[in-house]
Design a protein around this ligand. Structure first.
Ligand SMILES: NC(=O)c1ccc[n+]([C@@H]2O[C@H](COP(=O)([O-])OP(=O)(O)OC[C@H]3O[C@@H](n4cnc5c(N)ncnc54)[C@H](O)[C@@H]3O)[C@@H](O)[C@H]2O)c1
Length: 362
């Protein structure tokens, strides 16, 4: 095992925490024969180039979402992995959360009849966490569209087991002092006659973790009394303090600690799946099932480790046991869905995925 980051403090911390080598360049990391697979967790704009370099070096790749911002970049990543015969997985995203995967299996059995609709919403303080400028710039994939709707689309597609065909949306930028896309409401159609609504607000007012038993997105207990803390901290920052706070929160930074293992599963807010004969509500510790005449709880075992779902998917694919669900083609489709969401809002009409594909392929 080993790591490369442009920041020396991140390299040092990784080498110390995981008792492994640090490399001074990506080229040196990619040249290491002992390294089979690379996790690329750099800013969006670097994913494509680094992923292609890794595939050319014969390394399997787990690349963060969004895999890229443009379709030709996604295609080049997929082609590079195919040419090299290496695995490409896009994640982690909340499509890998255990309750999502278990609910998807239940839906696929048809035990509750066909899927009819999904209701998904998440209310967070996304807009007030310390950020680099680019993270709020829509032209560079900043804001909630590529960062957060990618999670929502992965959850919906994993649950539905079928592609999204059309999106109608309104993206919101509500805070004149904090420019950037911070919210969306969207109506999503699937290939069958099922539909979903997905809503996100990152404006730090209501916190939908309240509906998840005050368990945070990463599966840890959360203190309800911390309401408004992110906004207060940000308001008190001046000059380059925000950039420094962002670096401090990152790996190797003063404030960047590795949390204790989570007792509950990760989640992305409220998700309710309506099949013809039952509603399934996803929780951090299981799934509530509401049938015609009974409600019961399917408790899930605690997580076996952080991000176990995505690691299992990568390892199983590398060992040839099972092809990944969230591969490059999957990640490309998620990029298209996010693009449809942005375009629908800009044009004030429904936008089909086919329309985006045709335009991008011109
Ligand atoms: N899956 C999730 O839930 C989740 C959560 C947060 C971020 N992300 C994704 O992870 C990616 C990084 O986001 P972030 O918020 O951690 O960003 P960040 O800026 O905090 O961290 C990026 C890291 O990449 C390093 N880096 C920058 N340029 C580099 C280069 N050329 N070579 C090697 N290392 C380089 C930085 O020093 C930093 O350590 C984004 O694509 C984001 O969408 C995913």
């Amino acid at each position: 095992m080993g790591a490369f980051d442009v920041r020396a403090e991140a390299r040092e911390r990784f080498a110390t925490e995981f008792d492994c080598l640090r490399y001074d360049s990506l080229e040196a990391l990619l040249a290491a024969p002992a390294i089979d697979a690379i996790y690329i967790a750099t800013p969006h704009g670097l994913h494509s180039e680094q992923c292609i370099a890794a595939a050319k070096a014969g390394k399997h790749v787990l690349v963060e979402k969004p895999m890229a911002l443009q379709l030709p970049e996604c295609d080049a990543m997929i082609d590079a992995a195919q040419a090299a015969g290496t695995v490409l997985v896009v994640g982690p995203s909340h499509g890998f959360d255990e309750p999502v995967q278990e609910a998807a299996k239940l839906i696929a059995t048809n035990r509750f009849g066909p899927l009819r609709q999904i209701t998904a919403f998440n209310f967070t303080d996304f807009m007030y966490r310390p950020r680099h400028q680019v993270e709020l710039d829509p032209a560079q994939g900043g804001g909630v569209v590529h960062n957060q709707a990618s999670h929502h689309f992965d959850i919906l597609r994993r649950l539905a087991g079928q592609p999204v065909t059309e999106v109608t949306s309104l993206v919101g930028s509500w805070d004149a002092n904090r420019r950037g896309d911070g919210a969306y409401s969207a109506f999503v159609r699937f290939r069958s006659d099922a539909a979903a609504t997905m809503t996100y607000s990152g404006y730090g007012h209501f916190d939908s973790d309240e509906l998840m038993g005050w368990i945070s997105e990463l599966g840890h207990p959360k203190d309800a009394l911390q309401h408004g803390a992110a906004r207060r901290r940000l308001t008190a920052m001046h000059g380059d303090e925000e950039s420094r706070a962002k670096l401090a929160r990152g790996f190797g930074g003063e404030a960047g600690t590795s949390p204790d293992p989570a007792a509950a599963h990760e989640h992305f807010g409220f998700v309710l799946v309506s099949c013809e004969r039952a509603d399934l509500r996803l929780m951090p510790d299981g799934i509530w099932i509401f049938e015609d005449d009974r409600r019961h709880f399917l408790r899930l075992p605690s997580p076996s480790g952080p991000r176990a779902g995505v690691i299992d998917e990568l390892v199983n694919a590398v060992e040839g046991l099972c092809p990944p669900v969230q591969d490059g083609i999957w990640g490309r489709e998620t990029v298209l869905c996010c693009e449809a969401l942005a375009r629908s809002s800009a044009m004030g009409r429904a936008v089909s995925i086919e329309e985006i594909k045709k335009d991008k392929e011109k």
